[in-house]
Design a protein around this ligand. Structure first.
Ligand code: ADP
Ligand code: MG
Length: 237
């Protein structure tokens, strides 16, 4: 994916002011930045929920900015946003079935296989018949990841997936995401605040600040960069 001079304004509020960066296929990036700096706005612009005010987004060379969300989804971009989207009254299997039906034309046998494989990937194979609403908060988040990957996207976007998770659930989320990236070759962009989680992911980091990519590098480089410390870690550094 390449993003070139991407802009997004809401009225007079200029949130994205010329984002430029590239993510090679199959790689993972963590998107960091202070609250309200536009991380979710970027993800929503990427998936077509927001129309960019300017600039380009390309996937495999093809421009996708300005396309409808379903057209972008069809090209292999899938997302788990901050707002929950599972059906709490339905079981794990039923939720996954909806996601699979929504996104693939596969026949019944292939769909069942896809559901089983997805449950395995998200570690919920033994929870098939439980209602989603009875799962722990962390397991509900994994189910959401499961729904996002039901279509086997090329690019998976996760907006603060470990918010509210226990340390064990966070650890397991690292394993899930790493497996999707390394074994399945999915490109992944994760917006995340939990620095422990970010450290475990061992991915390159993009720091978003004042509407542009302010810094790009490893966690070590990010941590040792004084201006990044000032803007992002602030008093915690
Ligand atoms: P982050 O995810 O980095 O915390 P957001 O992308 O949610 O930040 O928000 C960035 C800025 O854009 C905030 O000032 C927010 O109020 C504003 N914003 C986000 N979405 C909208 C919208 N739909 N309409 C108007 N302003 C918005
Ligand atoms: Mg956000």
């Amino acid at each position: 994916m390449t993003v070139t001079d991407l802009h997004k304004s809401f009225g007079g509020l200029k949130v994205l002011r010329g984002l430029t960066f590239a993510i090679p296929d199959g790689e993972m990036r963590v998107l960091l930045g202070p609250n309200g700096c536009g991380k979710s706005t970027f993800l929503k612009t990427l998936i077509g929920l927001y129309r960019p005010s300017g600039g380009e987004i390309r996937l495999a060379g093809e421009r996708i900015d300005g396309m409808h969300p379903h057209e972008i989804a069809r090209r292999g971009v899938s997302t788990k946003l901050q707002v929950p989207s599972i059906f709490k009254e339905l079981t794990v299997d039923q939720n996954l079935r909806i996601a699979v039906q929504r996104t693939t034309g596969a026949d019944a046998t292939a769909r069942a296989a896809l559901i089983d494989e997805t449950k395995d990937l998200i570690g919920l194979a033994d929870k098939s018949d439980l209602k989603a609403g009875t799962l722990s908060h962390g397991h509900q988040q994994w189910l959401e990841i499961g729904m996002a990957i039901a279509s086997r996207p090329k690019l998976l976007l996760l907006d603060e997936p470990t918010a509210g998770m226990t340390p064990e659930e966070t650890q397991q989320t690292v394993r899930i995401v790493t497996r999707l990236n390394k074994e399945r070759g999915m490109s992944v962009v994760i917006v995340e605040h939990d620095m422990g989680f970010v450290a475990e992911l061992a991915a390159q980091i993009l720091v978003l600040y004042q509407g542009t990519i302010f810094f790009e590098g490893s966690l070590k480089e990010v941590r040792s960069n004084e201006s990044v410390r000032d803007i992002y870690f602030g008093s915690r550094a």
